[in-house]
Design a binder for this molecule. Structure first.
Ligand code: G6P
Length: 608
């Protein structure tokens, strides 16, 4: 979380930095700031709120110079006030922007206070800039001072440092948080994400763990954590693959919901033939499909919900045990790893701190191999996993994940079938499943047709304080995802339960003010679920049922019915996700919340 940008150029860098911050706003948006060096000192602005507040300040009092750094914040240490906004300074000339958490900051702060340093903010960041200044005072150049400081820091970080006594360079470094160098012609940049720099370059160097970059106008020197100079490859961004334009849509979230048929097709491309799974999509070494005897799936947030659906598929189709766990729990416990277990991570960004830490830990636990299902090819997760299956969803900007989730599910179904084929699934069943997969984009298109019907429901939720989502079987994780979407963007408290659990507690909450949203599978669980819903109706609960017509649900007193297309059972969790995304979206619109950037959240969670 937090986004950082740095630039050195012959032209004024202020506009470049501000544009970069706007593009990084998805990483945090509670305050922002920018510092620019010039012959008459360092000039800076900081503002509480969105980047627009900083832009307003820059319009009133423009900053100008050829070297600068900027930051958009998601508060960890200290409230989102102007004083806590970055950049932070030591003396008048040394400035820093930082993303991440310094875990030993309290100890370092005490040491610096004893040395006479004064702290202006409550942030952990301020210790870094004072430590660097201390090294500079002791005679080190900026690069050496940063290197000497980094070895003292515990935690995760990406940072950029400028020093007005040395305007030929700025220094950037990463450990645990993402940072990319943008290479231009007689100008160079860094940012938390390449998206932030697409207006100035399409050439990028992805820094590795522990790298320190000495960025000047004409060159970028990269040192590894041992101080050895490294030659890191430059990759060229393909503009055709990603569009960050909102088009005619009012919000990115709606645009991304509507992109799902297209991106699911892109996710299937090269992964399935007419009749079978193309196992070379996992890379040259697909032997793991045969050797695997167990699967551990680890992820966070929406990605975790995708993993929960996959458990049903893997155990059903391949008959292999599958455990799913949130990364923040997995990484801090002793895990028993049975022989031949696949470690599978799921992540939209590939930069989620807990998921990366879990992967790092898993690498020492004797797993068969590691597979990442991820949306960002250049991400740390992809680089650090043995095998990768990219979801090809394109850039997702809305903080509430939509297309990233359904493409993860698509990739997980491909993976489940590929494993199952090696564990006794018949060729006929494989063909049937592959045909279902191939028709998925069309089914999603059909589900989107309920847009206006769902929009009409939204008004009825606007004044609700709470909602319960119900599902059974593989629809339970979809109920969880529906509840997560609603709470993330409409701020309505929402919980999800397996419908059979209702009578063990949540039924006590049911009254005429409690909407109960149910995603209905049309399979052997249908009758069980109908009985659960009777329990709700009998207590005056207001039911919102999403089901296909064959389930014989219909509109009646206390029941609002929304049709979902009838699809092969295996696809039902993916297709039923669509109406729940639309419901959350339209409720948020009615409530007037900030749909794409909901309060307190960030898209990419690069801190623990
Ligand atoms: C944040 C985002 C969620 C996302 C989660 C995991 O909380 O707001 O939308 O599901 O991180 O992110 P990942 O990139 O690992 O899927």
């Amino acid at each position: 979380m937090c986004g950082i940008v740095g630039a050195i150029a012959r032209r004024n860098v202020a506009k470049i930095l501000l544009e970069g911050l706007s593009r990084l706003e998805y990483r945090g948006y509670d305050s922002s700031g920018m510092a620019i060096n010039s012959d008459n000192g360092v000039h800076a602005h900081r503002a509480v709120g969105k980047v627009q507040a900083l832009k307003n300040k820059c319009e009133d009092a423009p900053l100008e110079g050829h070297i600068g750094i900027a930051h958009t914040r998601w508060a960890t240490h200290g409230k989102p006030t102007e004083v806590n906004a970055h950049p932070h300074f030591s003396g008048d000339d040394l400035a820093i922007v930082h993303n991440g958490i310094i875990e030993n900051h309290a100890f370092l702060r005490r040491e610096l206070i004893e040395k006479g340093y004064e702290f202006k903010s409550q942030t952990d960041t301020e210790v870094i800039v004072h430590l660097i200044f201390d090294e500079v005072k002791a005679g080190k150049n900026l690069l050496e001072a940063v290197q000497a400081t980094l070895v003292r820091l515990e935690g995760a970080f990406a940072l950029a440092v400028t020093y007005n006594d040395d305007n030929e360079r700025f220094i950037a470094a990463r450990k645990g948080s993402p940072l990319v160098v943008g290479v231009g012609i007689e100008e160079n940049f860094v940012a938390s994400d390449q998206l932030a720099l697409l207006h100035v370059t399409d050439q990028f160097i992805f820094l590795e763990e522990g790298d320190v970059a000495d960025v000047s106008r004409d060159q970028v020197l990269i040192y590894d954590d041992k101080g050895e100079l490294q030659d890191r490859p430059i990759s060229v961004f393909n503009h055709h693959l990603d569009s960050t334009d909102k088009g005619d849509f009012r919000h990115y979230m709606l645009k991304e919901i509507y992109e799902q048929p297209k991106v699911i097709a892109a996710c299937l491309d090269g992964r399935v033939s007419e009749t079978s799974i193309l196992t070379n999509c996992f890379g040259a070494d697909s032997d793991f499909l045969k050797e695997v005897e167990n699967i551990h799936i680890v992820a966070c947030g929406t990605s975790y919900h995708a993993g929960m659906v996959a458990k049903y598929w893997i155990e059903d189709l391949a008959g292999l045990p599958c455990a799913v766990e949130v990364a923040s729990e997995y990484r801090y416990r002793k895990v028993a790893v049975p022989k031949n277990t696949l470690f599978l991570t799921l992540s939209q960004s590939g930069e989620t701190a807990d998921t990366l830490a879990a992967l790092k830990m898993a690498k020492g636990l004797g797993y068969l191999t590691t597979l990442a299902i991820c949306n960002v090819p250049s991400s740390s997760l992809v680089r650090e996993s043995a095998l990768t299956l990219l979801t090809n969803a394109g850039v997702e900007i809305g903080v509430a994940s939509t297309k990233a989730f359904t493409t993860q599910l698509t990739a997980l179904l491909v993976t489940s079938v590929a494993i199952a084929v090696q564990h006794g699934l018949s060729a006929a069943r494989e063909t049937e499943l592959v045909r279902s997969l191939r028709s998925l984009p069309a089914y999603i298109d059909m589900a989107l047709k309920q847009d206006s019907a769902i929009k009409m429901l939204a008004d009825r939720f606007a004044n609700k304080q709470n909602a319960i989502f119900l599902g059974r079987g593989s629809m339970f994780p979809i109920a969880l995802e529906g509840a997560l979407k609603l709470k993330e963007i409409s701020y309505i408290h929402a919980e999800a339960y397996p419908a059979g659990e209702l009578k063990h507690g949540p039924l006590a909450l049911v009254d005429e003010d409690m909407p109960i949203i149910t995603v209905v599978p049309n399979n052997s669980l249908l009758d069980k679920l109908k009985s659960n819903l009777q329990e709700v109706s009998a207590r005056g609960g207001e039911l919102y049922v999403f089901a296909d017509l064959d389930t014989e649900f219909h509109e009646e007193v206390g029941v609002t019915f929304t049709e979902v297309p009838k699809v092969p059972d295996i696809l039902a969790p993916i297709v039923h996700t669509i109406p729940l995304q639309l419901l959350a979206y339209y409720v948020a619109v009615v409530k007037g919340t900030d749909v794409d950037q909901p309060r307190n959240l960030a898209k990419s969670v690069t801190v623990e």
